[in-house]
Design a protein around this ligand. Sequence first.
Ligand code: GDP
Ligand code: MN
Length: 387
Amino acid sequence: MDLFEYQGKQYFARFGIPVSPGGVADTVDEAVAQAVRVGYPVVVKAQVQVGGRGKAGGIKLAKSTDEVRQHAQNILGMDIRGHVVHRLWIERASDIAHEYYASFTLDRGARLHLGMVSAKGGVEIEQVAAEDPGAIARLHIDPVKGLSEHDARHLVNEAHLDEKARSGAVEILLKLYRCFVEGDADLVEINPLVLTPDGRVHALDAKVSLDNNAEFRHPEWAEYRATEVLDEREKLARSKGLQYIGLSGSVGIIANGAGLAMSTLDVVNQVGGSPANFLDIGGGADASVMASALEVINTDANVRSIFVNIFGGITRGEEVANGIVQALQRVEIKAPIVIRIDGTNAEEGRAILKQHESDRLISQPTMLDAARKVVALAGAGTAEARR
Ligand code: GDP
Ligand code: MN
């Protein structure tokens, strides 16, 4: 679960990471009230969970009430790369001598934590990562041993931060690592971490992504759930208890079991298609869960064809086929469906589907055949689909 900047800063503050004083505002008047409380000059910051707010005009300096009013008016309701601004964070403006970058994340491949620090922080960090990766110092950390002060100092030295910033940065890195581990985050990122002209180091932005698996030991995360940004498809899926993740492609995916669902995404990609979602309907595949799954996929305007990929285990093929047929009687589907059933009693299942076969309901014997068919129906127009 991703946090908004203001929530991330509150999270940071719990671990003693210095942030600027500020407050949230949902209206222009609240923005002015917060600015008066915080003291001028202030920065008016759009709260959306997408990077590049500064470049998009969502971060503005204000020296007076008139300026706060004007910027708040412009930024509230602004669309930043598909995210509409409903909330602002008003904070005391900082003077900046240098902008750095610092983060901790999980390196799944290495099975270690990864710390990154750069002296080239700020709004161009993606470009730095692409064009000058050497400017980002990296350190793998054994999660059992944790981050020592020596490690943190090494990272800061490797990154060539200005001398004046080094001890402050080391202190922040140690706190940021504690925030990452004890705070159960997948990612904690400060960009920019700034050095002020009077020699203080603090966090000017906050990106925190919490590990959903740790939610059981964080009752206080309920307040973040309450403001979580879900798209309409994800909201509906959650209300129906489905394991669904929205993606941006045109092939709707329904599979039973997370592993099979992921393999289905892979095979669709492999034949040149693009999945519209991940959806795991779990072990069984009865009519009601299938109907719920189809309903969620139906709300996705990008979907042009649907791939139902079921492996019968305890649930037998004919039960799965009957479930699909019944679900189709309940839900009117906008896109054609390609079904692959395998596993226990697959033949019986396919025989049932055969009776209902049409150009809207197509059964295929293998996962690859089904993937080719569904991608062709989506009209992906790729080499593989044209074959
Ligand atoms: P992002 O564009 O979404 O990453 O938003 P940030 O919060 O990182 O702000 C973008 C940029 O705005 C920063 O890199 C700074 O250059 C600038 N900025 C943000 N806050 C302040 C501030 O308090 N004072 C000054 N002078 N610049 C700021
Ligand atoms: Mn930033």
